[in-house]
Write a protein that binds this ligand. Structure first.
Ligand SMILES: [Zn+2]
Length: 335
């Protein structure tokens, strides 16, 4: 069997050619079978144009479908359920595939593949710590098999503090900042970290209204159909409204998405996707710099212009090493 990293992870045997998380249409269409670990764009692109059979979780299917243009849909797919017993295993051309939660974002899976009497364990992006809105990934073994894992933070400086330490620090920052400001801006990955923040704030005792960027609103809605996150509102063009010298709270008080005149008396927390990191200066012109926060693992090493916390949906260096050791793999690959 050949294992190859080329715009996705290829497992090539005489029986079957599998690609996991293809990032181009052509690399996917070269294979017999496509496994999709989760809905992030660096793991799957143009899913509607991929021909071979695709295996993915139901929430990942929902998330990917919600991003497609009208009249586009995912065809030739099979939903895989998390493994409970051998009946959950999918058998294709003598290759047995089972899925396990990865704890990274809604619908994220690890795959255990039994092929040619070998176990190949593909962790996908994973997190070994339970957090608001998400359960942790279970550790799996691949005895003398092959371990394929995430190296996003595979460097010694990326050992993250536990949630037990981080959550109280984040909540006390929120409390202090809400006392001094009407609006707080939070920048984080739209799928994964922002659902954790939505649930963390909703289950805290802080009195604030949550407004979400359209892309986060969509992810939150799908997440909530599987696991409750609490309340959140749709936010359309925050920077545009701010340019007209209106605060978001007054904007939403005057008109919400349904045109109702619902009142929001509490202060506002606005959740924006990670690419707003590149718009920090623009945000600073309209919002108090001290009211902007970034939640990401990169906070361990990057000097952001605003407050940041190393809240990550990925495993840190120590977790990757622990898992690799636990797996008892003969060989390790990074995707
Ligand atoms: Zn990811």
């Amino acid at each position: 069997m050949k294992i190859l990293k080329n715009r996705g992870m290829h497992l090539i045997s005489k029986k079957i050619h599998i690609i996991i998380d293809p990032t181009t249409i052509s690399s996917a269409n070269d294979a017999d079978l496509v496994l999709i670990s989760h809905a992030h764009i660096d793991h799957i692109k143009n899913v509607e144009k991929i021909n071979p059979l695709k295996i993915l979780s139901r929430p990942t299917f929902d998330l990917l479908s919600s991003n497609l243009k009208k009249n586009c849909k995912i065809t030739n797919f099979k939903i895989i359920e998390p493994y409970n017993s051998p009946k959950d295993e999918i058998n294709i051309q003598g290759c047995k595939i089972s899925a396990f939660h990865a704890g990274h974002c809604l619908g994220s899976f690890q795959f255990r593949i039994k092929l040619n009497n070998k176990i190949i364990l593909y962790t996908g992006d994973f997190c070994l710590e339970s957090r608001f809105g998400m359960n942790k990934a279970p550790l799996l073994k691949c005895n003398n098999g092959i371990f394929i894992t995430d190296d996003t933070y595979f460097s010694q400086e990326y050992v993250f503090p536990t949630r037990k330490t981080l959550y109280p620090k984040i909540l006390s920052w929120f409390k202090e900042t809400l006392e001094k400001n009407e609006e707080i801006i939070i920048i984080a990955q739209r799928l994964g970290v922002q659902q954790e923040i939505t649930a963390l704030l909703n289950y805290s005792t802080l009195n604030c209204s949550l407004f979400t960027h359209p892309s986060i609103y969509k992810a939150n809605e799908i997440h909530s159909s599987y696991l409750p996150l609490g309340k959140f509102q749709y936010k359309r063009h925050p920077l545009e409204k701010k340019r007209q010298n209106k605060t978001l709270t007054s904007y939403f008080n005057s008109k919400n998405r349904n045109g109702n005149n619902k009142k929001y008396n509490s202060k506002s927390v606005i959740l924006l996707p990670y690419y707003y990191v590149r718009k920090i200066r623009e945000l600073e012109e309209k919002y108090n710099r001290n009211s902007i926060m970034i939640a990401t693992g990169w906070a361990k090493t990057q000097n952001f212009r605003v407050k940041s916390f190393p809240l990550s949906s990925h495993a840190g260096y120590d977790q990757i090493l622990d898992y690799q050791k636990y797996s008892r793999a003969q060989k390790t690959f990074f995707f």
